[in-house]
Design a protein around this ligand. Sequence first.
Ligand SMILES: C[S@@+](CC[C@H](N)C(=O)[O-])C[C@H]1O[C@@H](n2cnc3c(N)ncnc32)[C@H](O)[C@@H]1O
Length: 190
Amino acid sequence: MQGLPRRLAYADPPYPGNAGLYVGHPDYAGEVDHAQLLSLLSRYDGWALSTSAAALPQVLALAVAQDLPVRVAAWMRGARPNATARYPVNGWEPVVYVPVPSRAQGERRVDVLAHGVTPLTTLPSRVIGAKPPAFCRWMLDLVGATAEDSFDDLFPGSGIVGKTWELYRAAAHDASPATAVEHDGSAIAS
Ligand SMILES: C[S@@+](CC[C@H](N)C(=O)[O-])C[C@H]1O[C@@H](n2cnc3c(N)ncnc32)[C@H](O)[C@@H]1O
């Protein structure tokens, strides 16, 4: 079902308190002001923001202070193999989001993804925190993206999110079974 384009966005900034991991990257600009970021995201029709489980309370507090109708989805990525800590090891990542309505009758979207992380070794532009294509695809579904919409990736890093969006749109325009199988982006990187 077609309709007016909606403006959608995804933000994958460094976790609050972790910006230092990206010192030396061309887009590094210190800690990201999440209040400002939420204010920017609120200008979109639908959006998603990845953050850490530890930072979730503060991000939600900022969203509530701005009266944003946010929901929380969960990416169960599993614990990193070499993590040691005095507190429980973190094996999931929250996605704070505002969805747009589905365009298709009966379309089913789910707010949890179980998919492990493997390094995107075939992607030369990979950065710390680069998302797997399956995550990108799930996040686009979660927000409600369709080929008619526009989509901004605010923290592109490796560029995998934008590449997945291009495949997502191409698959929607070409509904052949072969394309439908490939459109999760796994052909780009693994
Ligand atoms: C978690 S990574 C994004 C990963 C990306 N979604 C992907 O899948 O490849 C965060 C990105 O934000 C960039 N960054 C760091 N500090 C920033 C800042 N203050 N403003 C904008 N970008 C920043 C980093 O260099 C990095 O590319």
